[in-house]
Design a binder for this molecule. Structure first.
Ligand code: ACM
Length: 639
């Protein structure tokens, strides 16, 4: 058949319009609309950023962009006023606020036009300009992420027109700095990484059983005692108990000056900081500092990873009481002091008071709690906790703040104005939203970034799994919820098994990209296959930025089932399309000349290991996973 030139043209037009988005743009989160334009913009050493006037926030965002560009390009891009003389060899990035607000894009949206010698970025508010800058940076070649000079005569950005705004106003990441401590500089880096994906809330989990991390001037022992534990590696909760005199050298805390710096650093990047001060459970570091706050007289120590809680199918009991005594007036005096200082330090409207996983077994035995129940007519331990939470809400509100807590605060009756963070699935969020309380959705099955993201036997040890593809299915408005009350959602990084910033990055990326898209992009613009293509491009950007990330999307998924004949049958799969899986049973390392997985395989007699690796276009992609046949039998439920 002879295909004419015009047929070819038509074919290529229809092919490009099949995909939702032009493929050369790998923007995460996916913008509301993006249109490819001809030509491209070139940034060179004469280029400038032009602003209409001296509005400080516009100047600040412009300087932020200039600094990012300087780092990698080395071009001394000046921020100058429109009308100031410019070199006609240069190109212009024009940044301005809309004189007349654009009703479609709201407070955080922006429009961005990239043409041959001019980029025009506009927004209603400075935050929108900041997000437009993040998008513009993603349009540059990956080397723009370099922290050191990359010599190029000019840098190209493809011509396009983008209109964009977020689906939700609360786009958070939680960092637990209690189980492991992250320095102030590491927190800056955490913020740098999150804003690239347009996150705007840092939920800072500052206190827990393993460390109190915020200086409270009126309660110095919280950091003198509560910030320090015995160093241990291994699996938290299975670590060996410290001896009485073992040096407590692991830990640290943020001084109030540090906190102010972090808050300012975040604010400059349009990030609100939500402080979390955990109570009444998860308070071992508190009672180690001030034992009189416990309802159970004794001496306490900051937990160093040794077991102190019994988890069982029906729930949990504390072996050592790690709670604040709800019938103890000193606790409320303590809360008054803590929240007074916390409220001064954090400008954000919310303070999180925890409220999750509070063991009640010591309360059950307490005479003081019994008397409190009689006096206040509380019929069970849920109502006792609810009494506690309501009193804390009054204290927090007296400081001019709103209170937020984990979904356990619904039990026994929700405090009058409390906002709820729904983590045990959707249920708490649905219930709270129907009661007209504000809700942030963080269902653990979709957004818990401490869960492993690949094959359990090679990932850091943890009790649950959450793959990238599942995080991409996170829908922040669950069925049955009152959507108007859902502020948004966030990914939570608990750090029992995350001892360093590098390890934190590994847990967050790329799943943090998926959650960013869940929270920012229109639901109908999400597309898993297109997302994966973008993620692979972003891996290259993270490499340049020297940010660690998990490549678990390339690893095989290994499942084992029992057949009718009680054989163990193994199935191999991959999370993304386009990978081939090769394997061996003979204790040698497989490559792409080994058997290729095409159908379920029966475990051969006497085999010791299954070794599996994925390839694409003749190149190894995933890690080689070696799994014992004993583990395969366990998975299949075969002895
Ligand atoms: C939680 O994960 N315990 C809130």
């Amino acid at each position: 058949m002879k295909i004419s030139f015009w047929t070819l043209c038509l074919l290529s037009i229809s092919l490009t319009s099949v995909g939702q988005q032009p493929t050369e743009f790998s923007i995460i989160p996916q913008p509301v609309s993006i249109e490819k334009k001809g030509g491209s913009f070139e940034l060179n050493s004469y280029s400038i950023i032009e602003v209409p006037d001296k509005t400080p926030d516009v100047q600040r965002v412009s300087r932020f962009l200039a600094q990012q560009l300087l780092r990698s390009t080395g071009f001394p891009i000046r921020v100058q006023l429109a009308g100031d003389p410019k070199d006609n060899r240069g190109t212009t990035i024009a940044i301005s606020l809309n004189r007349k607000p654009d009703a479609v894009i709201g407070a955080e949206g922006y429009t961005l036009e990239v043409a041959s010698s001019l980029v025009i970025l506009r927004a209603n508010q400075p935050a929108g300009l900041f997000y437009g800058v993040q998008t513009l940076l993603q349009l540059f070649p990956k080397e723009i992420e370099s922290a050191s000079l990359v010599k190029k005569p000019y840098w190209t950005v493809p011509g396009c027109k983008i209109m964009d705004y977020p689906r939700f106003g609360w786009r958070g990441l939680m960092l637990d700095v209690s189980r492991h401590f992250y320095s102030k500089v590491e927190v800056f880096r955490f913020i740098d990484d999150m804003v690239k994906y347009k996150y705007n809330v840092l939920h800072w989990h500052l206190t827990d059983d393993q460390g109190w991390r915020i200086e409270i001037k009126s309660l110095p022992k919280l950091t003198e005692v509560g910030a320090w534990r015995v160093p241990r590696v291994g699996r938290m909760s299975l670590m060996s108990a410290p001896t009485a005199d073992e040096p407590r050298t692991y830990g640290g805390f943020y001084t109030q000056d540090d906190i102010k710096e972090v808050v300012q650093y975040a604010k400059d990047r349009f990030v609100n900081v939500l402080p979390e001060i955990e109570m009444p459970g998860h308070s071992m570091a508190t009672v180690a500092s001030y034992p009189e706050l416990s309802g159970t007289p004794g001496t306490y120590r900051v937990n160093s990873g040794e077991k102190f809680m019994n988890w069982h199918s029906g729930g949990f009991d504390a072996i050592i009481d790690n709670t604040l005594g709800p019938a103890n007036e000193k606790v409320y005096e303590f809360a008054e002091k803590v929240f007074s200082e916390v409220a001064q330090l954090f400008p954000f409207e919310y303070i999180h008071m925890g409220g999750d996983e509070c063991a009640k077994n010591f309360w059950n035995k307490s005479e003081a709690v019994k008397q409190l129940m009689q006096k206040e007519k509380l019929k069970d331990m849920h109502e006792v906790q609810s009494y506690f939470v309501k009193r804390i809400e009054k204290i927090i509100e007296s400081k001019g703040k709103k209170m937020m807590g984990w979904d356990e605060i619904l039990e026994g009756g929700l405090a009058p104005n409390a906002a709820v963070m729904s983590w045990r699935g959707d249920k708490g969020g649905i219930e709270a939203s129907k009661l007209n309380h504000k809700v942030v959705m963080t269902p653990n099955a979709f957004v818990y970034l401490d869960f492993n993201q690949g094959e359990a036997t090679v990932e850091p040890p943890i009790y649950a799994n959450l793959r990238l593809s599942k995080t991409y299915q996170f829908e922040p408005v669950p069925e049955g919820a009152n959507a108007a009350m859902i502020l948004g959602g966030q990914g939570n990084l608990w750090t029992e098994q995350v001892p360093s910033l590098r390890a934190a990055q590994y847990m967050i990326w790329p799943r943090g990209m998926a959650i960013a898209e869940d929270l920012w992009s229109p639901k109908e613009k999400k597309n898993w296959n297109e997302f994966v293509v973008k993620v692979e491009k972003h891996f290259e950007r993270l490499d340049v930025a020297q940010t660690k990330y998990a490549r678990t999307i390339y690893d095989p998924i290994i499942t084992a089932k029992k057949s009718k004949d009680s054989d163990v049958v193994v199935t191999l799969a991959t999370e993304i399309e386009g990978l081939e899986i090769f394997y061996s049973w003979d204790e040698t390392h497989p490559d792409n000349f080994y058997p290729k997985f095409t159908q379920p395989i029966t475990l051969p007699k006497d085999a010791l290991h299954l070794k599996v690796i994925t390839y694409r276009n003749g190149k190894p992609m995933g890690r080689q996973i070696d799994i014992t046949t004993a583990e395969l039998k366990k998975r299949a439920g075969v002895k």
